[in-house]
Unconditional design. Sequence first.
Length: 332
Amino acid sequence: MPQSARYVHQVSRPTGRPTGAEFRFTESPLPRLGPGTALVENVLLSVDPYMRENMDGGWELGTPLEGRSVGRVTASRAEGLTEGDLVLHRQGWRTHALVRPDEARVLPRTPNVPPETYLGILGGTGLTAYVALTRIARLAPGETVYISAAAGGVGSAAGQLARLLGAGRVVGSAGSPAKARFLTEELGYDAAFDHRDGRLAEQLSAAAPEGIDVYVDNVGGDHLEAAIGAMRDFGRIAWCGAIAQYNTAEPPPAPRNLFDMVEKSVRLEGFLVRDHGDAQEDLERLLLPALALGTVTDRHTVTEGFDQVVDAFLGMLDGGNTGKATVRLVTP
Ligand code: NDP
């Protein structure tokens, strides 16, 4: 049993894309187990785009950072948390954490559902995709869906969920030809294209010649403009995120065609998954049978080792991940 815990702190604010110098690794004695708490050794950490936004002010400098994590309880004085339990909690960017029962969910042990699934398609990532398609866009059977950043965590969940929910045509964009192939060959997308070749509107209209009914927007900017252009009358846009602008000082000039939404009666709605935790049960009811049958894939790009957590985060911002970006500290 180690005597100390390691942490990552943010120590300065970035300008543009972070370089890694904004973070510092620290070490302190293991947190002391008190009544009503359990000591958890983290085994998996999630690195997510919203963390880039937190770096601009949401995260306090020089303190432990938050983030979704899966850990194993190594000692407990808390009712409901038992040594050996795997728990989902939010004390990420560190090797050990002290958690209370109301801060942790004990993960069920289910065949074909490894613990990382609760950071991926069964976690907040999958829930974002599910809420986007159901509550926000109100996808109807047979409709055409376009998903941007489609090979990432939310995107790879969204494409598969759209299919399960009865979408007609599912198209996606991602940042390389290999990612586009992953979408069509492994995730069942009908068509996919590489957004980095610079012909977004043209490629989207080739992928969805009849137009799109629903757009799950993970990128914003030029992707949102292309989607508005391709939208059919009464289309819906579920705006999840705008990763194209997280590393820029100024918001992008696009979309320049917002008024087209009036002419086409298109609805655009933003949302935060944290307001939709009550949809988790529905998500699990839909996905658990599909995961058990192997008809749904929960792909992760796993970076090994706590020392690599900053690089994993920066790599995800640059598109280094296919599926959910996750860091493994210990084999679960
Ligand atoms: P991803 O796994 O999709 O990782 C980010 C991906 O964004 C990269 O892999 C990269 O893929 C792509 N990307 C980076 N820069 C650009 C760019 N300039 N243009 C186009 N694509 C780019 O992350 P998540 O699945 O966790 O998150 C996806 C989106 O959903 C983010 O915008 C995030 O903020 C948002 N989100 C919103 C939530 C909410 O509550 N509203 C909750 C969770 C996530 P590529 O190689 O394809 O370019």
